[in-house]
Design a binder for this molecule. Structure first.
Ligand SMILES: [Zn+2]
Length: 493
């Protein structure tokens, strides 16, 4: 048995200013796909383990991904999907199935639901009966058509996403059983009319934990092969924006439909619990300064880099400076300031214009003077299982400056990097000489995903409602393609 594997993944934020272009993609070809992903905690690592566990040969087509950001340009999309399809056409006579890792929230110019378009084109190439198994991120906005074009869709069950290898392996096992004729998967999808705000995406608490427990229990029932819930991605203005439930049954379409609708009703029934109440930056900084449990991690929701925002928001930093907080650490994407620090050298005092440069919605550019403490190449490794499953990271040239540090523990440490780096690993800090456990306040630009990295080093996490491309309260009027009847929006109006 020979199985093709491929990944083409991007979470595209339609509220982000800059488009995503080909040069931002990390592209792997041929055996590189296997050697890169094997030591990671990505679902493609699960596909690869499937080859060992279920005895099939791997035929890698392509692996392409980029840091979340604005929608792909048309040329970027066509180039990458074109390479995927060309390689697939060549491989087709030798392969028995395809495992395809798509994010589920890719937007391309002209194709708002780009992953749906990709699956449509793949189906066109492989024909109606070919086993085409797709895996998605939990933040997918899944159009109903996608589960008709795919043979099976399986979605991560955790946020932070720490079960990717298991989902990849699950897809591989089910694919093998399907090819052997042991099962006949049929899919159903339900899309309840709720905006499942990212403030509630944590699968270890609240309404989503209850829903996911129900999905996991259903998956154990006879006749059911897989059950998934996507929470959706509210930062892509597309018709399918919002959560969904996908049930895969063995040959029984009515069973799939019935159970899918039952979980859909459960989700609708928790809608009153999905109204966010989260402090603003001024309040959250006060709470952190008063906290007796430290460090306190302040999660800056409006600049959720892993959700595609600018990475240079200054909204919480401005409050830390205004309220004269001590013992803080903040990371800001600012290649220009990094260059100035490298020119000045370690120990020098620098006066910088920091952050707020990518666009006009992530706070002002701040004038900051400090002493250069460390300079580094920004490369680090995360050996533990963390959100996204990535092992090797590169935040580009990195500088740390001490701000208002007139005595040990006073003022703060500002890490400046040259790439937009989602805070999925504390080694972003430790590799630059910062020990997070020794600080009082950690500013973390994310919503739920960084919990896998920051819960072990924080005593308390406070989510902070800030402006930005990943604000949790973008008004419905700013959406043009999304359905307007989503609860939270209809409740507010
Ligand atoms: Zn995600």
């Amino acid at each position: 048995m020979r199985i093709a594997i491929a990944g083409f993944m991007h979470e595209s934020n339609t509220f982000a200013a800059a488009p995503t272009t080909l040069d931002q993609f990390h592209i792997l070809r041929g055996e590189e796909v296997v050697s890169h992903y094997r030591p990671t905690f990505h679902e493609i690592a699960g596909y690869i383990k499937g080859a060992d566990d279920y005895d099939f040969e791997l035929h890698p087509l392509i692996g392409a991904d980029a840091t979340p950001g604005g929608p792909l340009t048309r040329a970027t999309y066509e180039t990458l999907v074109g390479e995927l399809l060309d390689n697939l056409r060549t491989a087709l006579p030798q392969i028995d199935g395809l495992l395809l890792a798509l994010h589920g929230a890719m937007v391309a110019e002209d194709f708002p639901q780009a992953d749906g378009e990709t699956v449509r084109r793949v189906r066109e190439v492989v024909g109606p009966d070919f086993p085409l198994f797709v895996t998605h991120d939990y933040h997918g906005n899944v159009p109903s058509q996608l589960v008709q074009d795919a043979s099976v869709l399986i979605i991560y069950k955790t946020c932070p996403h720490i079960d990717q290898p298991e989902r990849g392996l699950q897809a591989a096992e089910l694919l093998v059983r399907t090819i052997r004729g042991e099962v006949k998967p049929v899919c159903a999808i339900a899309k309840p009319d709720v905006l499942f705000n990212i403030a509630f995406h944590n699968t270890s608490r609240g309404p989503m934990q209850t829903l996911m427990d129900a999905a996991i229990a259903l998956e154990q029932q006879p006749g059911i092969l897989a059950v998934s819930i996507a929470a959706g991605y509210q930062y892509a203005d597309v018709p399918a924006m919002g959560p969904c439930i996908v049930v895969v049954a063995d040959g029984d379409a009515d069973l799939a439909r019935r159970e899918c609708d039952r979980l859909g009703q459960m989700m609708w029934d928790v809608r009153e619990q999905l109204i966010p109440q989260i402090p603003d930056a001024a309040t959250a900084v006060q709470m952190a300064m008063r906290s007796t449990e430290t460090p306190v991690a302040l999660f800056e929701l409006g600049d959720n880099i892993g959700g595609g925002s600018a990475g240079d928001a200054t909204i919480i930093l401005e409050q830390l400076l205004a309220q004269k907080a001590d013992g803080w650490v903040a990371a800001i994407y600012d290649p220009e300031s990094v260059q100035a620090c490298f020119q000045a050298g370690i120990g020098a005092t620098v006066s910088l214009q920091v952050g707020g440069k990518v666009d006009a919605i992530h706070g002002p550019t701040l004038s900051i003077t400090g002493r250069v403490r460390t300079l580094s190449d920004g490369k680090f490794e995360e050996p533990e299982r963390r959100h996204g499953g990535r092992r090797y990271h590169d935040q580009g040239l990195t500088a740390v400056i001490e701000v208002n540090r007139d005595a040990p523990g006073k003022g703060g440490l500002l890490l400046l990097d040259s790439e937009r780096m989602p805070p999925m690993s504390v080694h972003q800090l430790t590799s630059a000489g910062i020990v997070p456990q020794h600080q009082r306040i950690l500013v973390v630009k994310g919503a739920v995903a960084p919990r896998a990295a920051y819960e072990p080093v924080s005593q308390r996490i406070i989510e902070v409602d800030t402006a930005g491309a990943t604000s949790i309260s973008i008004p419905p009027a700013d959406y043009h393609l999304a359905r307007k009847n989503l609860y939270e929006w209809t409740r507010r109006s």
